[in-house]
Design a protein around this ligand. Structure first.
Ligand code: SF4
Ligand code: SF4
Length: 162
């Protein structure tokens, strides 16, 4: 039984076959799709205008051609499972950007600092909001700067700190 089946929380081990290769991550913004269940769902595959996301069938988890992905974040806003993120390791020497779907209120504002939360919802550091995209009838997309070693750890934000 995987950790996900046991706890409902994905780990990097659960995702190891579904992440971009290290070389692609190091090139700049790229999508991270943390969707491993067989569910009838496919808006991610339809919204990507670069053809980077394919669904082998409606119920199979999505497959990504990372060379086609520009990290635009469009797919983050349409995933009903809030399972899509974008990671940019090239942001700064010490910091990376993590783009997350955000459906709570109030909507964060640029410059605010929040607790950075891991996949379990546990605080692991600080996250500074660098951009917020609000799109009609879609999930708000928030991009935060975190310490670079937290780029593959942070998947949400919690309490506002500043
Ligand atoms: S981030 Fe943009 S280019 Fe990459 S898979 Fe999503 S929609 Fe396609
Ligand atoms: S839209 Fe989200 S939940 Fe649906 S298949 Fe794509 S990644 Fe999975």
């Amino acid at each position: 039984m995987s950790n996900y089946e046991a706890t409902g929380v994905l780990t990097l081990e659960d995702l190891k076959d579904r992440l971009p290769p290290k070389e692609r991550l190091e090139k700049g913004p790229v999508v991270i799709i943390e969707c491993i269940q067989k569910i009838p769902c496919d808006p991610c595959a339809h919204v990507c205008r670069f053809g980077a996301i394919k669904k082998p069938s409606l119920v199979e988890p999505p497959e990504v051609d990372y060379d086609k992905c520009t990290g635009c974040g469009e797919c983050v806003a349409v995933c009903p499972g809030l399972a899509i993120f974008v990671v940019n390791l090239k942001y700064r020497e010490e910091e990376a950007l993590v783009t997350i779907p955000y459906e709570l209120l109030p909507i964060p504002e640029k410059g605010e600092i929040f607790e950075a939360l891991d996949r379990e919802g546990k605080p692991v550091g600080k996250a500074k909001v660098v951009s917020v995209r609000r799109m009609k009838d879609k999930t708000t997309v928030v991009t935060v700067a975190v310490k670079k070693d937290l780029a593959m750890v942070v998947r949400n934000i919690g309490r506002k700190i500043e």
